[in-house]
Write a protein that binds this ligand. Structure first.
Ligand code: 376
Length: 831
């Protein structure tokens, strides 16, 4: 064995020295041998795969070196635990980060194929719902680029986010079988499996010294198999890892049936184990409380922790004293917060630490990020379900809570109400576990994702916890990676920027501010405008081919793409569209600035109101696009199946970015940042990170409107939307047109629930309240757009002010305040 290892090591070193291995030879080798294809089966997909394998070879070498170097440095590391990683495509990202563009283009030339075409053959890795999952992906890019030892841990869902089509205006969901044709980036390590327990009972065993031990008995076990995906840093030779777990049956499943001679039936029950990682739950912003979802959460946490602990024990023995100086777990929302009691279980039951010592290790290594203020989105699991599915974990949670409540009673002696309010267990007919409280109690850091959001957490949702532990709370305003969201998706703009400022802006994005000095330079403005126009032409092609709507690049592109949710108020946007249409119908066209309005986004399959909004958008679009009178002024489209790859085409082509959530509801937003980087102006409420965008770019370059956070509670107190509608000539007309059935002639009454919601004094989203102010802000945007030079000048200022919104800045802050990792040796080649 030793000899084999030595030989292999030597050959690895030889391989990594063969830097000049011909790219083209490798490509052919993978096409003919790895894939076993010949010229008869030449297709974009096989060529894409061969190219992916060729690039993967280069990634694997660097990944090995990265791991080796960190092993020698024995440095502290972070595990980023997330139920979602919305990675999108990997090919073009790897080409950019490894600086392989010329190699690739050269080897594809002989086939007469462009990289951009081949890239289309790759399926999006859609292992996430929206903002939270995409943030995790941007963070991985930044961690690798900053040479930080951060590993992502997630689930290898067989089916990712559903594919959306539109039929008669309604959303239709289709399964996303993204792995069907193979996934060339992943490397599985079946020998590194972990065993995960479910169900069963806890038994107390007394050893010969009279000590009690807890044994989790009669469990039904499932195996977790790791699949590793390389995450390259930008031109720095670092390659980190995203480790995704797949569930598989153990071999001893269902022995009873097996012994009764039902071999085939027994084998068929393998399905149950494999179900765990079958599908991503498509609900963002509401928890459905399904047993399978809890299984996914525990499966991810248990597999990851056992994996990391077994490495630790291999290297340090069963001594955990220093563990928290070498390991941080960053919890992406509460979804993986069950890691807290699971790590307790491992340390208590498997390594026999005392409660005190185990709790010190756990609570000094966990850090929790909150992503939402919506009360309905806070996870609560029935105690009963825990008792049945994870009996030992429930015991530990009870013990954590008992000790925590003692601390509460020291701090607020005799205040029973406080104890009840802060308890991890919510009492009631059906007691539940408040996962956010568990996450706060078990972590040394709790952060929100934008300034306002963090303030609202400390003064509202988590106020009592803030009073108890103020030093635990901190803000980390979100960011997005400028590699994918500018350099890759908008190459022409990136090239233009690099003619004016040092190419290093891709790595040190604060330098983008230097662009500000060209905001009045007429030649630069012209170049800027030309690129925007070309990007708009490209988006128009996409809209034409998928929606059969003709956009015109001379018109303003007004875009709202994001998950469909009442709080994000796509409804407010479409009401404005109806208002514009109403003006056109009445011949009030002299002030109208021609616009193409684009919507995109998925609704949770069970979210009735969100699905109805999609139907309304599509019906309004149909009426307007069919009306020849409207054509010169207004076009509307709903782009089906909005995803990461669609955003790469959309954000470079957008003039006006819609960020219009009800104030206090959007934790941060990150689409807002992608648009800004690409020179869109924002029309937005002062919510989430919009506030920080507004501050960065300055009044005049941002169209702000709507109720402000300090006024919201007073507004809600005596909210009377009916009278607001009555007093607003514009809103009255819009509501009347809607009520007349103009947009649903053949489907009477279908939009009644939406109309009712606008008029409801309990409307959480304050749509009527903000309408007039929104229209006024839209008018300002139109006015500015009449002067193209002015508009583009402010567009430049937006890009120039976007430096703060790089996820490199965000990650540098996580590292400084929470992780304290040492970057591995920086090898940034000057670009
Ligand atoms: C869920 C939210 C609530 C309950 C269950 C969920 C399950 C999956 C995904 C969820 N998504 C989010 O919470 C989410 O995407 N939040 C968004 O996170 C972004 C990144 O921090 C923020 O920019 C958005 O404002 C926030 O809505």
């Amino acid at each position: 064995m030793k000899k084999i290892m030595d030989d292999l090591k030597e050959s690895e070193m030889n391989l990594s020295r063969l830097k000049d291995y011909s790219f083209e030879d490798d490509l052919l080798h993978h096409f003919h041998y790895t894939l076993g294809r010949d010229h008869f089966s030449a297709s974009h997909y096989y060529l894409f795969q061969a190219l992916a394998y060729t690039i993967r070879d280069r990634l694997v070498t660097r990944c090995r070196q990265t791991i080796e170097q960190r092993y020698l440095q024995s440095s502290k590391q972070v595990a980023y635990l997330s139920l979602e990683f919305l990675m999108g495509r990997a090919l073009t990202n790897a080409v950019l980060n490894l600086d392989l563009a010329s190699d690739v283009e050269q080897s594809l030339r002989s086939y007469g194929i462009k990289l951009e075409e081949l890239a289309q053959a790759e399926n999006d890795a859609g292992l996430g719902n929206g903002g939270l999952g995409r943030l995790a992906a941007c963070f991985l890019d930044s961690c690798a680029t900053l040479s930080l030892p951060v590993t992502g841990y997630g689930i290898r869902y067989e089916y990712g986010m559903f594919n959306q089509s539109v039929n008669n205006g309604y959303q239709v969901e289709h399964p996303d079988n993204w792995l069907r044709k193979g996934h060339p980036w992943e490397i599985s390590a079946p020998e590194q499996f972990q065993r995960i327990k479910f169900y069963g009972q806890v038994r107390i065993q007394i050893d010969k010294h009279g000590r009690q031990h807890r044994v989790w008995d009669n469990s039904q076990d499932v195996l977790a198999i790791p699949y590793d995906i390389p995450v390259p840093g930008y031109k720095n030779e670092v390659v980190n890892t995203l480790r995704l777990w797949k569930s598989e049956a153990t071999d001893e499943f269902n022995l009873n049936e097996f012994n009764a001679g039902s071999y085939s039936e027994a084998v068929a029950t393998k399905n149950l184990a494999e179900q765990i990682t079958m599908v991503l739950y498509p609900n963002d912003a509401s928890e459905s409380g399904k047993e399978l979802r809890l299984k996914q959460q525990y499966f991810l946490c248990s597999a990851t922790l056992q994996d990391i602990i077994s490495h630790w024990v291999d290297n340090h023995g069963a001594n955990f004293h220093d563990f928290n100086n070498f390991q941080v777990f960053q919890l992406n929302d509460t979804h993986p917060s069950i890691a807290i009691p699971e790590l307790m279980r491992i340390l208590l039951d498997e390594y026999e630490l005392t409660w005190h010592e185990a709790w010190r290790v756990v609570s000094q290594s966990m850090a929790y990020t909150n992503h939402t203020l919506l009360p309905e989105a806070l996870e609560k699991w029935p105690v009963e379900l825990f008792n049945y599915l994870l009996p030992r974990i429930l015991e530990i949670i009870y013990e954590i809570n008992a000790r925590f409540l003692t601390e509460v009673s020291y701090h607020w002696p005799g205040d029973i109400e406080k104890q009840r309010n802060m308890s991890i267990i919510e009492e009631g007919e059906k007691p539940t576990i408040r996962m956010a409280y568990l996450a706060i109690v078990g972590s040394f850091s709790v952060n929100g994702v934008a300034q306002l959001h963090t303030q609202l957490l400390s003064s509202g949702l988590f106020k009592d916890f803030y009073l108890l532990w103020p030093q635990r709370f901190n803000n980390k305003t979100n960011g997005v990676t400028p590699r994918r969201w500018l350099a890759h998706c908008n190459p022409a703009l990136a090239r233009l920027i690099s003619t004016k400022i040092d190419h290093d802006w891709i790595l040190d994005f604060s330098q983008i501010s230097l662009l500000g000095q060209y905001s009045q330079d007429s030649e630069f403005i012209e170049q800027w405008a030309t690129i925007k126009r070309a990007n708009k032409d490209k988006l128009s092609q996409l809209v034409k081919s998928t929606c059969d709507v003709q956009f015109d690049s001379a018109m303003m592109f007004d875009v709202q793409v994001k998950r469909i949710h009442e709080y994000k108020r796509q409804l407010l946007n479409i009401l404005h569209v109806i208002h514009l249409y109403e003006c056109i119908r009445n011949g009030e066209v002299e002030h109208i600035v021609p616009r193409c309005v684009l919507f995109g986004g998925k609704a949770a399959p069970g979210y009735f109101m969100a699905k109805l909004v999609i139907k309304l958008i599509n019906n309004v679009a149909k009426v307007i696009n069919d009306d020849q009178v409207a054509k010169p002024f207004l076009r509307v489209a709903f782009l089906p199946n909005y995803n990461v790859s669609a955003m790469e085409i959309i954000c470079p082509a957008t003039d006006l970015s819609e960020q219009i959530s009800t104030t206090g509801k959007e934790a941060s937003g990150t689409g807002n940042m992608k648009f800004m980087m690409n020179g869109a102006l924002t029309i937005g409420t002062l919510d989430g990170a919009n506030i920080e965008i507004f501050d960065a770019v300055g009044d005049g370059n941002y169209f702000s409107f709507g109720a402000q956070i300090n006024d919201i509670s007073t507004i809600r107190e005596n909210y009377n939307p009916q009278s607001i509608i009555k007093e607003s000539a514009n809103l009255s007309r819009v509501v009347q047109l809607l009520e007349s059935g103009y947009f649903n002639l053949f489907e009477p009454e279908i939009f009644t629930p939406l109309i009712k919601s606008i008029k409801d004094p309990n409307d959480q989203w304050l749509t009527a309240y903000d309408f007039d102010d929104y229209v006024a802000a839209q008018t300002k945007a139109s006015e500015l757009y009449k002067n193209k030079t002015q508009w583009h000048s402010r567009s430049i200022l937006n890009t120039a002010a976007s430096g703060y919104f790089s996820s490199d800045r965000t990650i540098a802050e996580y590292n400084k305040d929470i992780w304290q990792l040492v970057p591995s040796h920086q090898k940034h080649s000057k670009t």
